[in-house]
Structures are given as C-alpha cells and as structure tokens.
Write a protein that binds this ligand. Structure first.
Ligand SMILES: Nc1ncnc2c1ncn2[C@@H]1O[C@H](COP(=O)(O)OP(=O)(O)OP(=O)(O)O)[C@@H](O)[C@H]1O
Length: 328
C-alpha cells in the first residue's frame, strides 16, 4: 500500500540554511497493516506523512501510495486516502455538521451513506452537542474530534493519522482506538500514524518505525525491538554491599547480561530473554551461597528501545505534548 525509497525532504529555513527533515528514508507498509512512526519532536514524522499525502513534494527519492506516485499525481493520492493532520480543522464559520456532510460529498459518497457514517462518528466522538456550532467556536480538544471525524468520513482503505490522540482526554482516546480497531476489523484499513503515546504504538501497531534526525533507525515489531535492543530490566536487593558486589560479578558473567551496576545493596542489569535467563542467574547465585532478598523483573518499554538506540528519551516528547495539552 505504501512504498518509500530513499526519500529526502529538505526545507530552506533561511537564505543559506537548510533542514533535512527526511534523509534516505525507505520503508513499506502492506495492505491492512497498522504502522506507527515514532520519534522525538522535529524528527521528521509529520513531514513523512505530508510527503506521502501529496501535501509537500519530496526533494529526492520515490514514494507511492496505493500504487500512485506522490509526485506525479498528488491529487490522485489524496482521493484514495484519509488524512487527519495536526490542527487542519481551520477556524471558520462553517457549522460542524456542514463540514462533515461536505467531506462525504467531496469523496463522492451517496447521501444515505454519508448520513449513516456521520451518525456513527457523531456518536463515537460525542459530537452531538457540537453539530450546529461553527468550527471557530470549538475548543482545541473539540476541534480535534471534528478533525478526526472528517478524516474518517470517507472510510478510506488507507488512513494517515498525525498524532490523532494528542489533545484528547483518556475517554476519547480509548473510544477513538476502539473505532480504529473496528475499522481495521471491518474494512482491513491500512493505517500509518504518528504518536507520542508509546503505549498506543505498543498496543495497536504491528510494526514500529523509529525516526531520528530524519532517518529511520529501526523498523520492526515492538516485541522484537524490545527483545533485540534492550532485554528485560532486572533489579536485585541483597542483605549487604559485599553480597551485592559478589552477585554483580556473577551477573556480569551470565550470558546475555549487560549494563550491570551496583548501588549499595542493589544490583541492576539488563538481560536478554530475562524470563529464562533470570532463573539461571538465581541458580548460580544460590550455588555460591548468595541469597537474593528481592527481585524485580520488568518488561522493557519502547522508550527503553529509543534510549538504547539514540541515548535520548522519547518521554521528553511525551512531556512536551502533555504540557501543550495542559496549556490548551
Ligand atoms: N515547512 C517547513 N519549513 C521549514 N522547516 C520545516 C518545515 N516543516 C518542518 N520543518 C522542519 O523539519 C524538521 C522535521 O519536522 P516535522 O514537523 O516533520 O517533525 P515531527 O517529527 O513531526 O515533530 P513533532 O513531533 O514536534 O510534530 C524540523 O526540524 C522542522 O523544524
């Protein structure tokens, strides 16, 4: 459904100053897949979506969407996709219901089909009280819900969602995800989305693409990324510092262990395949006569993956977005 080869997108920011928002980006998305683009602020996620939806021309490389080249026929691309961008519901005098119906007509949908789809989306996103209001009179979160409904009206086979849940409260986030999962079950909709909520990518995406400084630095399932780049996090408490120091040596010699650290009576480390490796480590410690007082085995997160790959936390981006939401 989406094929991207060595895509580049360079913006001129001042007379002789350029920003490479995308550099040699290659990936593909198969029919029915849900792929999440993750990366910190300014990584190039929105630019990738804007190039793929024909809104911004790339400066190098190739991309095709639903079999159509994004440079040769951007209008053809837009006709076949749904796109929920960041804040594309401009403040204007149109009423919400007029906007929704106009969207259906723009996609050539039959009247009855538009009515049924709009009714469903109005229920889903709690738009009932907002239908007769002009878009300019909505709050940020309300407008976001209208943006999302607009993107979903045509029930396109391919959906691009740029941070669809940013600015929504947890209730509406959950409802939106129910709907997106429902769309996939009913219509096998292909989805490429960006999100700052790592747990959303973890739970709903079949594949995760990590972008940093305009480049794709990882492309895999969340489970494999976590397994291959991080492993489980282990923390063990001992009765004394001497025992902890001895245990740290044993842990460092255990296959798959890395990053072993000691802090007083606590040893922490990462270990590949922790669910089978940790029992082996415990057996070794017991054979040496070192008793573990308390052990915590934690699943790695996508943020751990990002930290491992880039040395930075994606949570900083999360925090940025929470602050934006609180300010809105
Ligand atoms: N129209 C533009 N003109 C100049 N520079 C741009 C333009 N659009 C994006 N950029 C720059 O390109 C880089 C990538 O921006 P982009 O919006 O794609 O990042 P992002 O990963 O979506 O970030 P965020 O998570 O903050 O939305 C940034 O350095 C940004 O400042």
């Amino acid at each position: 459904m989406i094929s991207v080869e060595e895509l580049g997108c360079r913006f001129r920011v001042r007379r002789n100053e350029f920003v490479d928002a995308l550099k040699d980006v290659s990936f593909s998305v198969g029919e029915g897949e849900l792929v999440a683009l993750l990366g910190p602020n300014g990584a190039g996620k929105s630019t990738a979506l804007r190039v793929l939806t024909g809104l911004v021309p790339p400066t190098s490389g190739r991309a095709s969407v639903a079999g159509i080249d994004v440079v040769a026929d951007p209008t053809g691309v837009r006709r076949r996709i749904g796109f929920v961008g960041q804040g594309n519901g401009a403040a204007h005098e149109q009423r919400v219901d007029d906007e929704l119906y106009a969207q259906g007509r723009a996609y050539g949908m039959a009247r009855a089909d538009i009515r049924a789809t709009v009714a469903e989306l109005v229920g889903l996103l709690d738009l009932g009280d907002l239908l007769t209001r002009p878009v300019r009179a909505l709050s940020g979160g309300q407008r976001r819900r209208v943006d999302i409904a607009l993107g979903l009206v045509p029930r396109p086979p391919l959906l691009f969602l740029d941070e669809p849940t940013t600015g929504l409260d947890p209730h509406h986030r959950a409802r939106l995800w129910e709907h997106v999962d429902g769309l996939r079950r009913a219509f096998n909709t292909t989805i490429l989305l960006t999100t700052h909520y790592l747990e959303e990518a973890d739970e709903h995406a079949e594949r995760v693409l990590v972008i940093d400084h305009g480049r794709v630095i990882a492309d895999d399932t969340s489970a494999r990324l976590k397994r291959e780049h991080v492993g489980h996090r282990v923390s063990m408490d001992f009765d004394g510092a001497d025992e902890a120091a001895r245990a740290a040596k044993t842990a460092a010699d255990t296959a798959g262990a890395r990053g072993v650290g000691v802090d007083g009576c606590t040893v922490s480390l990462r270990i590949d395949g922790g669910d089978t490796a940790v029992p082996r480590l415990l057996a070794c410690l017991e054979a040496e006569g070192t008793g573990v007082r308390r052990l915590v085995l934690a699943e790695p997160t996508l943020n751990d993956v990002f930290l491992e790959l880039t040395g930075r936390s994606l949570r900083e981006g999360d925090q940025y977005h929470r602050e934006q939401e609180e300010a809105a």
